[in-house]
Design a protein around this ligand. Structure first.
Ligand SMILES: C[S@@+](CC[C@H](N)C(=O)[O-])C[C@H]1O[C@@H](n2cnc3c(N)ncnc32)[C@H](O)[C@@H]1O
Length: 421
């Protein structure tokens, strides 16, 4: 009989994910999804793997600060990952010392086990002292954020809000879902999924404590933060209209728009990335958003497909632009380690290019909504100001935003413009 390969443990999978993330330069979500797909870990072990992997990424600077206190001479990156994992269990998960140390040491190559064991035992013994040393550090170290980002937020929002934002980014996010009224009414949803908790002030959103596999498979809901609804509400699509959703994948807003239109009228949903277009199509089919037609198109290159031009002009255009994602950093854990100070202006150029191309497809009197999940003025207000300067025949109607430290949801920005005569 063929011998079954031993299952990697949750800790070993998390360690492999940290290494892959560091060396392969892929998004954290994609790294961990690929590794988990190759294991047969049960639900609890999967959750533990995610907790370890994302927990270490969220707290990397602080963990490294403690490593620096515990060992003065340089360490190679693989050992540093092991120590990060061990310290995260000791300091954040409060795993009993014997388990945290023993299980982490087991992951180390034999020649390095004594060293890892000694460092982790010392850490456990000096826990109080190490914690108070950390508390005396600046916000960037205490909350593991790049210094330039902390400085920018302190300047833009003030020191208290910047601290609240950094703390917010380090908390695991709740699991929110929008009820898909194309398939199920609110009351029926609550009866079918009594474990869901309605959100006050957001009647079409609920919170789950475990992944709602069945509700998702049925297309009864879509995992989405309530802040994403702002752009769709400002767009205010009406049944029977023609809508262009310029950057649509994976389809959260497209399906919400179809729901607001009661699946009457037409939506053209575009995206440039083939894989994302595939996910968009799947999501729209599952959610029953039958009025959406999907196109793959890059708005910064080439000619607008003639099929789209033939459908134009559109009553309303949504541009949910690619952005730095600084409003969703509690969900996109590795954004803080990818982002560079130059990115905001770089993104602005791309955002403006996309809007300039799509704007010509809007009818006179039509509504344009520009939205992002960024907190940065370069990608939000400054883009809108530039558009108003360039297009004399556009008027700003309304701006809405969500700020994590003010509103308790992800960061989002949306501006509504009208194309006048
Ligand atoms: C913020 S996401 C859109 C999220 C989507 N509206 C939703 O609610 O699910 C931005 C999308 O823009 C797409 N994108 C980026 N640059 C693009 C371009 N030049 N042309 C078309 N799509 C682009 C990305 O692939 C990404 O899917």
């Amino acid at each position: 009989m063929a011998k079954r390969r031993a299952q990697p443990s949750a800790r070993r999978t998390a360690l492999a994910a940290l290494r892959a993330w560091r060396t392969e330069k892929r998004f954290a979500d994609s790294v961990i999804a690929k590794l988990l797909a190759q294991t047969e870990l049960d639900v609890r072990d999967r959750a533990f793997t995610l907790e370890l992997f994302y927990g270490v990424l969220r707290n990397a600077t602080l963990l490294d600060f403690w490593i620096g206190c515990l060992r003065k001479s340089p360490l190679d990156v693989d050992l540093r990952d092991l120590l990060r994992l061990g310290l995260y269990q000791l300091f954040f998960l409060k795993t009993p010392e014997h388990a945290a140390v023993h299980e982490t040491v087991e992951l180390a190559p034999k020649s390095r086990r004594a060293l890892i064991n000694a460092i982790l035992r010392t850490a456990a013994r000096r826990q109080d002292e190490l914690r108070s040393q950390a508390n005396a550090q600046c916000l960037a170290i205490r909350t593991s954020h790049p210094r330039f980002l902390v400085a920018r937020w302190e300047q833009n929002f003030g020191p208290q809000a910047a601290e609240a934002l950094c703390t917010w980014n380090n908390r695991p996010p709740p699991l929110y879902a929008r009820i898909n009224r194309l398939k199920i009414g609110r009351e029926s949803f609550r009866r079918a999924y009594p474990e869901s908790r309605p959100l006050s002030g957001n009647p079409h959103f609920v919170e789950f404590h475990t992944f709602p596999t069945e509700a998702l498979a049925q297309g009864h809901c879509y995992i989405q933060d309530p802040s994403t609804a702002i752009a769709c509400q400002l767009l205010d699509p009406q049944p029977g209209e023609k809508i262009l959703d310029v950057c649509a994948a994976p389809g959260g807003k497209t399906s919400h728009i179809a729901e607001l239109m009661r699946n009457r009228g037409g939506i053209v949903a575009c995206d440039r990335a083939a894989e994302r277009v595939r996910v968009l199509e799947e999501n729209l089919a599952r959610l029953g958003a039958g009025i959406a037609r999907v196109f793959r198109f890059d708005w910064t290159r080439g000619r607008i497909p003639k099929e789209i031009v033939a459908i134009a002009p559109f009553d309303r255009v949504l541009i949910d632009a690619p952005c730095s994602n600084t409003g969703v950093m509690r969900r996109r854990v590795d954004v803080r380690w990818r982002i560079r100070a130059a990115d905001f202006v770089r993104m602005q150029k791309q955002q403006l290019k996309i809007v300039r191309t799509a704007l010509g497809l809007l009818k006179t009197g039509g509504v344009l909504v520009y939205s992002t999940c960024s907190l940065e003025p370069e990608e939000n207000e400054k883009v809108v100001q530039q558009l108003l300067r360039e297009f004399a025949n556009s008027r700003r109607m309304e701006v809405q935003s969500s700020l994590p430290f003010r509103d308790g949801f992800d960061g989002a920005f949306a501006a509504k413009l009208i194309r006048t005569g």
